[in-house]
Design a protein around this ligand. Structure first.
Ligand SMILES: Nc1ncnc2c1ncn2[C@@H]1O[C@H](COP(=O)(O)OP(=O)(O)OP(=O)(O)O)[C@@H](O)[C@H]1O
Ligand SMILES: [Mg+2]
Length: 370
């Protein structure tokens, strides 16, 4: 199946089209790795808590052209219905995507999030795959956040996004999980007040966190992002989002790096760049190559979430940045080769062999599925 535009995920898991000039800020991975660099350790005995949106994407195909049914001089009384002949419901949302990606790599992450009454089956599936769903709150009076999109023959789209249970995420607190048990927190795109509150919880408790505003950079104000990233251990966005973030916050790369020690920017097929302290009082830039796609590039949805999961698993096993980033690159390509943001479970062997085919061996790999 081809990558089609109607595979664009929901507003909370959606990627704005990449601008060709998006790399003008100079973060393209051209620099050579400058040393192995120190890693960031996540206590082995504590949980990784993933927070973020839970969503369903409803993807429909209209076999005609929307424009043929829109009559310009009747726009003041618009009432159109398009008979669609294909519909799929794809479970996603950044929270479950990252948690599922971690579970595929042998972690048992806790998902702290809100979903609606239509998410029971989804919760069961995540639990079955190894995600701890004890803190996935089901709100019985609303539906799960949902993105409805119809795509016509010309790839034009008509869409609506319903926030539903995601708007309740602002009621979540890290204390529910038990502060003492939490070793690391992922703050991925979600209800903006929830992102702010969870980041504040982490700062107050001194828990390291990854701040991942990604798709929400369009919605969050500069002030909200400046506040959110304060005290984060890692900031991660794609290159397009990095441009919006620096523009809205008014922070230069240098200023950002004074706030957050590790800044990661992903560049789609061009890999990613990890800017991190080198352990010797200086900063290093690690250019992480993307892995090769071996099957068909079925669907890029959620590739960023899989990269994050791989990277975090790498940190958990004590891998240095260049290795953790490459584990992210491998996790990402499995995501591209399957439909939807959550690829089918792969075998340990398939993952390890693929890593070695792309990047050679690394001693840390022994610990990956241990
Ligand atoms: N076409 C590709 N081929 C190989 N690897 C890819 C490709 N696209 C993305 N990746 C891998 O995934 C990582 C994240 O990709 P990208 O920068 O597109 O994230 P994103 O824009 O946040 O994606 P999304 O929001 O759609 O999940 C890249 O750093 C790279 O390792
Ligand atoms: Mg993304």
């Amino acid at each position: 199946m081809k990558r089609t535009k109607n595979r664009q995920p929901s507003a909370v898991s959606r990627k704005p089209r990449r601008k060709p000039t998006a790399r003008a800020h100079g973060s393209r991975p051209t620099a050579h790795d400058q040393g192995e660099g120190a890693t960031l350790s996540i206590a082995a005995t504590k949980r990784i808590v993933v927070t973020g949106s839970v969503a369903f994407d409803y993807l429909m195909t209209f076999p005609g052209r929307f424009t043929e049914h829109l009559i310009p001089d009747k726009m003041h009384r618009l009432s159109v219905s398009f008979l669609v002949d294909d519909m799929r419901r794809v479970p996603g949302g950044c929270g479950p995507n990252i948690a599922y990606g971690l579970a595929l790599l042998g972690e048992r992450p806790a998902l702290l999030a809100t979903a609606g009454r239509d998410a029971e089956e989804y919760r069961e599936k995540l639990a079955h795959e190894g995600v701890d769903v004890s803190w996935l709150r089901i709100e019985p009076d609303v539906f799960t956040a949902s993105f409805f999109v119809s795509t016509d023959q010309d790839q034009n789209q008509v869409a609506s996004f319903y926030t539903g249970a995601m708007a309740r995420a602002r009621n979540l607190s890290l204390a529910e999980v038990g502060i003492d048990t939490v070793g690391f927190v992922v703050i991925s795109p979600n209800d903006p007040p929830a992102m702010a509150r969870l980041a504040a919880d982490c700062r107050a408790e001194g828990i390291p966190f990854l701040y991942d505003p990604s798709q929400q950079v369009t919605r969050l104000s500069g002030e909200e992002m400046r506040e959110g990233l304060k005290g984060a251990a890692i900031l991660i966005v794609n290159d397009y989002e990095f441009g919006i973030l620096t523009h809205k916050t008014g922070l230069s790369r240098e200023a950002l790096e004074r706030e957050v020690p590790v800044v990661i920017v992903t560049h789609g097929p061009d890999g990613s760049t990890i800017h991190a302290p080198d352990g010797g009082g200086r900063r290093a830039t690690h250019a992480i190559p993307a892995a090769k796609i071996e099957g068909e590039a079925v669907d890029p949805t959620g590739v960023g979430d899989m990269y994050r999961a791989g990277l975090l698993r790498g940190l958990r096993i004590g891998a240095p940045w260049p290795i953790a980033g490459r584990i992210g690159s491998i996790a990402a390509v499995f995501g591209i080769e399957s439909l939807g943001p959550q690829p089918p479970r792969y075998s340990k062997r398939a993952f390890l062999e693929r890593y070695r085919r792309n990047f050679g061996d690394a001693p840390e790999l022994k610990k990956l599925f241990a």
